[in-house]
Design a protein around this ligand. Sequence first.
Ligand code: NCD
Length: 301
Amino acid sequence: ITSVMQFDRGDLTYIFSVANEMRSMVRTVGATDLLKGYVLANLFYEPSTRTSSSFIAAMERLGGSVIPIHGVQYSSVSKGESLPDTIRTLECYADVIVLRHPEVGASEVAARYASKPVISAGDGVGEHPTQGLLDLYTIFSELGTVDGLHVALIGDLKNGRTVHSLARLLRLYETRLTFVSPDTLRLPGDVKGQLLDAGREVRECAAVEDIITDADVLYVTRVQKERFGDMRDYEAVKDCYTITTELMSRAKEHMALMHPLPRVGEIQYDVDADPRAAYFRQMENGMYIRMALLAAVLGKA
Ligand code: NCD
């Protein structure tokens, strides 16, 4: 799983139905032994809290076990080992590899060398396919449908890989999309082109106020500080959007406020009590989606 472009609507329906089963299984009995004896190598070359821990929890709740490689500075990567060699090493021990890497296309490279399934956990400013899946699953869970919705994606649309994956998935549904960002952080042309090719209605604007009363989904993202070469450019845009309770008072009664997290000021903490604030449910959904994906790539779903 290296890009959401590999999925069609049928695949998504299937993944979400398995995720639903995982959710009820976890809520009733907590764990199963479906993947007993299977090993996951969880290889992270970039920081992570939710993605890495939800993959670990997913594997363990399915009865499998995990080789966690988090601080690559403590592995042979720091001795100069190449990604293909690291992958070929891990697949000697593991049945599936989850990879987060700073370079766009790294998971494609890993998948080319590996004979075991590789799941991207984010490749630089490229994609974050499992996050896109859990985001779409969350829209379904919160609002019951995706067709017909007006989805607004807000923040660092240029560097935010979760935005690239979610936007590409949304092209498969009858959605209206508005991209809200400062001029320097607009959605990349290739993603926009894919949406237009799919017949989606795409608008771009600079102010949340323009869409707040009409959006069914507000998908807010962090300005990706680590992708800026010049910190002055980051300082100029870092506080561009803040969702407040005042702003939420103008939003639809039935809508979803989402964020892939971590947040660094884009959503004020007092918004958390709003029933439309879906970001904590969204991250819980991440575990069910990852359970479904692990079971599926290992032929056990
Ligand atoms: C995101 C990521 O790593 O791309 N985090 C996550 O996986 N939930 C978003 C971010 O870091 O801003």
